[in-house]
Design a protein around this ligand. Structure first.
Ligand code: NOJ
Length: 667
């Protein structure tokens, strides 16, 4: 800290002379990154630089409030303080075990010089790989209950750069395809995480951490400008946030990574969330699952009652048998409860979360599952009715708990919650938090579909296992545009994936779609396997119909691939083109490699220098056959075993839309 203070003093002096205003600078522990704060003409600004290069130019801070003066002017600095942290904490599950929280903090207390003399505090934390900052509104006489009309935070990028973006809060639950364009060409409100490639091949991701009782932050980007402005999802009243002091906003995070490996391994978001609030986490267990799911999307069975009802006791038991025989720990069952008959989306008030359909014998099913060592994953589709769900929530979790069900997939299919509010509004944020906390009281894990974008809350509530908020595999069943293009999954790890685990639900082995023949899974089979390594989630689904898996040697990869890791490495990769991910199993010395490509076939190479120097390994390789191609020959997979060590260099051939999955067994 001493060295850091010294550098700050030197820079401060230079800037005072140059601008005749006071800039306060806080450096990262290694001194490479700094955030600077300044009051100019009474208005608060910050900027960020890395390796002496400006990344974010002076950008404004503050709020517009309803019925009160804006909180962004006439400020003076009342006090400043600095501190630093260097702690390591352990995750119950994740992409690595230990997380280092190493940063320097600057707290700036501001006070208005005129009028009501209101107080506003801004806290910066600077890490070796980026910056987080948040606003704190302390308890004070002239600011008690208030309404945020607009958060004025800007991110003024120093130069124009390319970004991967999806449109924000237009009713699609983040289920869009990412577009790549220069920031100056975007004329839209886009979601975070927003990932940007710098002109010298580094990466910036803007997002947020610890979204608590606030609206999600989106970014408004005006055509011909490199300024991104916070755009909070509003309530139906137009108000962005209802609050009262003392109050703290989520952290705004700016990850600055040298390469894609550093980007994926940044833990700024998790570090800016609060430590775990669940005392005993032994019951929280990552798992792989099959389920009564794809068959409904393929219209082989139905959620609602009738001759084709999917969630019948016999069918569920066959899934339990399959899971038990194939090293899968759980079975998801959708369509088990009253409420599905008729039009349920937007009519969620008809759902009961304690009344199973007559042909779903929950006691018989859960007894059978317990005997076979398999868990049932429950399902609460709300049809967007959070009121109906909240009214039943305790009974709903207690009901499942009684039958030993300790994980629930939730769903919110309707464009507005309760016909009124957006999913990513403060209303939605409050509801999703209530679900996570209530589920934790019942020792139940959550897989949240149609969520608000994740912000690292799994650190505080590790029962929040995974979430959707992505255009997932289901689009390959029914989207009118033909399905997800092959490049889609080469973008996800570096955009949506940075917000937290993704319940994408891959694992398709049958490529013909009987419902929409023009729509299909646009990958090879080897790529389906590789995705279990490339896209992270502690709950991973093998989503296809069981008959597609039976007798298929390639299914071995799905049954052995772990869902909990001690280390993650991104090898040579390019967003939108190809990804090579290597992960080490948390519970053994085995490693796994997954490589995927877009619509272009590629010859890549990988070294294995991450392996222990003095060990030999047996690599079981699941790869595209020479004539594999996602359009003409997706099933052609070759399985072979070779011995490798840390000196091995391997050619990785990826067919068009293809991939390769390798299980590297320590001998
Ligand atoms: C949309 C979810 O993403 C999907 O997984 C689920 O099957 C349906 N809603 C029904 O709840």
């Amino acid at each position: 800290m001493k060295k850091i203070k010294l550098i700050s003093v030197i820079l401060l002096t230079i800037i005072v002379t140059a601008c005749n205003s006071k800039e306060i600078i806080v450096f990262s522990p290694n001194g490479n990154i700094f955030a600077a704060f300044e009051i100019k003409d009474g208005k608060p600004y910050y900027r960020i630089a890395k390796n002496d290069k400006q990344i974010i130019d002076f950008s404004q801070l503050g709020f517009d409030l309803n019925g009160e003066n804006a909180l962004n002017k006439n400020f003076t600095i009342k006090s400043t303080s600095e501190s630093s942290f260097d702690q390591t904490w352990e995750q119950p599950w994740g992409e690595e075990i230990s997380v280092r929280n190493h940063c320097n903090e600057l707290t700036v207390e501001l006070q208005e010089t005129e009028g009501e003399q209101r107080l506003l505090t801004i806290i910066f934390r600077v890490f070796d790989d980026g910056v987080g900052f948040r606003y704190v509104l302390p308890e004070q006489p002239n600011l008690t209950e208030f309404e945020i009309a607009d958060e004025l935070t800007e991110f003024v990028l120093h130069e124009d750069m390319y970004a991967w973006h999806i449109t924000a809060y237009k009713g699609e639950y983040y289920e869009n395809l990412y577009k790549k364009s220069q920031i100056s060409k975007i004329n839209d409100t886009v979601s975070t995480p927003l990932t940007i490639e710098t002109n010298d091949g580094q990466y910036i991701t803007i997002h947020e951490a610890n979204l608590t009782d606030y609206a999600a932050m989106n970014l408004y980007s005006k055509h011909n400008s490199t300024t991104l402005k916070a755009d909070l999802t509003p309530w139906s009243t137009g108000v962005k946030v209802y609050a009262q002091t003392p109050f703290a906003t989520p952290w705004r995070t700016i990850v600055l990574a040298d390469d894609l490996n550093a980007l994926v391994n940044s833990r700024i978001m998790l570090n800016l969330n609060e430590p775990c609030k669940i005392q005993n986490t032994d019951w929280i267990k990552p798992s792989k699952y099959v389920g009564i799911w794809w068959e409904m999307h393929m219209e082989k069975s139905t959620w609602g009652q009738g001759a084709k009802h999917g969630a019948n006791t016999k069918n569920v038991m066959s899934f339990i048998d399959f899971a038990a025989a194939n090293n899968l720990q759980s079975v998801l069952v959708e369509g088990w409860n009253y409420g599905w008959d008729g039009n349920w989306s937007g009519h969620g008030e008809q759902f009961s979360f304690t009344k199973p359909y007559p042909d779903f014998d929950i006691k018989k099913i859960t007894d059978y599952a317990a005997k076979k060592g398999v868990k049932i994953i429950g399902h609460h589709e709300t049809g967007g009715s959070t009121i109906n769900y909240e009214n039943q929530m305790n009974d709903a979790f207690a009901f499942y708990k009684k039958y030993g069900i300790d994980a629930v997939k939730t769903g919110y299919v309707y464009k507005l919650l309760d016909g009124k509010e957006l999913h990513s509004s403060q209303y939605g944020v409050r509801h999703y938090r209530k679900v996570i906390e209530t589920a934790a009281n019942y020792q139940i894990m959550i897989d949240n579909h149609e969520p608000v974008m994740p912000t690292g809350l799994q650190r505080t509530y590790p029962n929040l296992m995974t979430q959707e908020g992505v255009r997932g595999q289901e689009y390959d069943a029914w989207s009118k545009d033909g399905g997800n293009p092959p490049e889609h999954t080469t973008i996800i790890p570096f955009t949506r994936g940075l917000a937290g685990p993704v319940d994408f639900t891959f694992g398709t082995f049958g490529f013909v779609n009987p419902v929409y023949p023009q729509t299909r899974v646009r990958t090879t089979l080897a790529k389906q396997l590789a995705l279990y390594v490339v896209i992270y989630s502690p709950l991973q689904m093998a989503s296809d119909l069981l008959e597609k898996y039976r007798g298929k040697p390639a299914f071995e990869f799905i049954s052995i691939v772990p869902v909990d890791w001690s280390k993650t490495i991104i090898k040579e990769s390019k967003i939108g083109d190809y990804v090579v991910t290597v992960r080490k199993d948390k519970h053994s010395d085995d490693w796994f490699l997954g490589a995927i490509t877009d619509e272009n076939a590629r010859n890549l190479k990988s070294d294995f220098s991450f392996l222990d120097k003095d060990k030999k390994y047996m690599a079981k390789i699941f790869k595209d056959a020479p004539d594999a191609d996602w359009q003409t020959n997706p099933d052609a997979v070759v399985i072979e075993e070779i011995e490798i060590d840390s000196d091995t260099i391997m050619d990785l051939y990826l067919a068009a839309g293809g991939g390769i999955a390798i299980w590297i067994k320590a001998e």
